[in-house]
Design a protein around this ligand. Structure first.
Ligand SMILES: *[C@@H]1O[C@H](CO)[C@@H](O)[C@H](O)[C@H]1NC(C)=O
Ligand SMILES: *[C@@H]1O[C@H](CO)[C@@H](O)[C@H](O)[C@H]1NC(C)=O
Ligand SMILES: *[C@@H]1O[C@H](CO)[C@@H](O)[C@H](O)[C@H]1NC(C)=O
Length: 372
């Protein structure tokens, strides 16, 4: 009896060691699996104590797990640390194995984690992709990391759902739409039973699958449209910018023109005012003909002298203008000389007339330009 007890004790110890060694590695053999599951469930303390607490829950887990292993011998149980999305880490059972879909298509490595509230919470299912077989994009039920969300999992309910049924459902699902092999939406229809024969579950899976592809196609189209529209928007924004710049330029010009107009109006006002003040008619009316006579020499002699002086000034101005014209190359030098000669003769005659009229002092006055 004592011997038997020791034997059992050592056996337990060996199992513990073994499970430490093969942590996260599946065990083979169904009787070993049973032992493994029972031992793991019986541990309540220590680093390998699982996060299942309720005895009823443990009983259901044992039942479902063993039923799965019996029905799908390719699966084997193990346990390990599972980290939820919120960061909490729990020690959970998992069953891992390969789903063999059909000849010619690659087997699908699968890991099924049993949630700490199993069977009230659905298990977490992951397809393990590798470099040879990545998960094809836009699979209806498996995301690129392998996380699987089939309608069966999403509508999981206890009692009614269990692991064997789950795997059965997954095999059917993946044989329609293999996670490693891309299939068009039409091929997802292929393989389903005739609608009248399809079970409710099958119809739901089918519906979800084709909806996924439809939504995928619609999303792609929408994205394309959005991209097209954003490009269009960029172009429009550019055009609005340049139009705005043009409008700004026109506004600026308008402002400048307005300024010019008001300046001109002001100037016109000033001219009008000046005219009002300096109106010749009014002056004439005021001081009569005196103003006319003010600029007229008295007597014929004086008139003649005035004409001569004016002619002299005019000749000087003409010569000056000719000088400038030669400088700017408008008049050739031969023309210049001819013209100047004519003008000089004219001036000489003029000088002589002046001399006759007023005597030598007159020329002196002319020289100093201090006639008046
Ligand atoms: C799993 O569920 C199916 C149907 O829902 C049932 O026939 C089967 O007995 C269940 N298996 C276990 C182990 O409860
Ligand atoms: C990838 O997975 C497939 C199917 O499970 C397997 O046959 C293959 O050997 C794996 N390849 C690598 C490189 O691990
Ligand atoms: C006319 O008289 C002025 C002043 O004395 C003198 O500078 C000028 O050379 C004279 N012109 C001629 C053509 O004699």
């Amino acid at each position: 009896m004592v011997f038997f007890f020791f034997f059992f004790f050592f056996f337990l110890l060996a199992i513990c060691q073994l499970s430490i060694l093969i942590k996260n590695q599946p065990l083979m053999g169904s009787s070993t699996s049973v032992q493994f599951v029972e031992t793991a469930l019986s541990r309540t303390t220590g680093p390998f104590a699982l996060s299942y607490t309720d005895p009823n829950q443990k009983w259901l887990i044992r039942k479902h797990l063993l039923s799965l292993l019996q029905e799908y011998p390719a699966f084997s149980p193990s346990f390990g640390t599972f980290t939820h999305n919120d960061g909490t880490a729990v020690n959970l059972f998992y069953a891992s194995g390969e789903l063999h879909i059909s000849n010619g298509r690659p087997p699908i490595p699968l890991i099924i984690w049993l949630h700490e509230n199993y069977p009230f919470m659905p298990p977490m299912v992951f397809v393990s992709p590798n470099s040879t077989y990545p998960i094809h994009p836009r699979h209806p039920f498996v995301d690129p990391c392998g996380a699987t969300a089939s309608p069966y999992l999403q509508t999981w309910i206890h009692p009614g759902c269990n692991l064997s049924k789950l795997v059965h459902n997954l095999i059917r699902l993946f044989s329609q739409d293999h996670p490693f092999l891309s299939s068009s939406s039409s091929s997802s229809v292929r393989g389903f039973s005739h609608p009248s024969l399809a079970s409710k579950r099958e119809a739901l899976d089918h519906l979800v699958g084709s909806l996924h592809y439809d939504i995928g196609a619609l999303t792609a189209k929408t994205m394309e449209e959005i991209e097209r529209l954003s490009k269009f928007k960029v172009e429009m924004v550019k055009r609005v910018d340049s139009t705005r710049r043009i409008i700004d330029g026109l506004d600026h010009e308008k402002l400048i023109l307005k300024g010019r107009v008001s300046e001109l109006v002001e100037e016109a006002d000033m001219v009008l005012n000046w005219l009002k003040v300096n109106d010749r008619e009014i002056w004439v009316a005021k001081i009569g003909d005196e103003i006319e006579n003010a600029f007229e020499a008295v007597g014929d002699d004086s008139n003649e002298v005035l004409d001569c002086l004016a002619a002299d000034k005019a000749i000087e101005d003409s010569i000056y203008a000719l000088d400038k014209a030669v400088e700017q190359g408008v008049v050739s030098s031969s023309d210049y000389i001819r013209q100047v000669r004519v003008l000089a003769r004219e001036q000489f005659k003029n000088n002589a007339t002046l001399l006759k009229l007023r005597g030598p002092t007159m020329l002196h006055c002319l020289d100093d330009s201090k006639l008046f």
